[in-house]
Design a protein around this ligand. Structure first.
Ligand code: ZN
Length: 121
């Protein structure tokens, strides 16, 4: 019981030391402080902007980049689980495409955007 409490205390104190170190680093380092305030100003300017078209275009770019990253991870996880098929991501629209395994080098056409690309299955 005492050992468990001590271990818990050690973990908590280590965690608090890391947090304190990070806070002190942020407070002391003036460059990080300035970057933090600049990012807040940019965020507020974008959040209060009335130029909805420009913000919408930025949002669509962000969603496209996010989908590419997320779909890569999802395709990798599906490929690990499924032994008969391999999952690829379309380089144009980030659609996940299922192809059969062990067919060599194949040409894949995306069902969503109709773009063809070469891939190993
Ligand atoms: Zn596509």
């Amino acid at each position: 019981m005492i050992v468990i409490i001590n271990l818990d205390f050690t973990i908590k104190s280590t965690f608090m030391t890391i947090i304190r170190f990070c806070i002190e680093l942020c407070i002391r380092n003036i460059v990080i402080n300035i970057l933090f305030y600049i990012s807040i100003i940019i965020y507020l300017a974008r959040a209060l902007s009335k130029n909805y078209v420009a913000r919408s275009i930025e949002n669509q770019k962000f969603i496209r980049i996010q989908a590419k990253i997320v779909h890569r991870f999802q395709a990798f996880n599906k490929s690990l689980k499924d032994k008969q098929n391999k999952y690829l991501v379309c380089p144009e629209c980030a659609q996940i495409i299922r192809v059969p395994r062990n067919k060599g080098k194949i040409e894949v056409r995306c069902p969503s955007c109709r773009k063809s690309f070469d891939a190993k299955s």
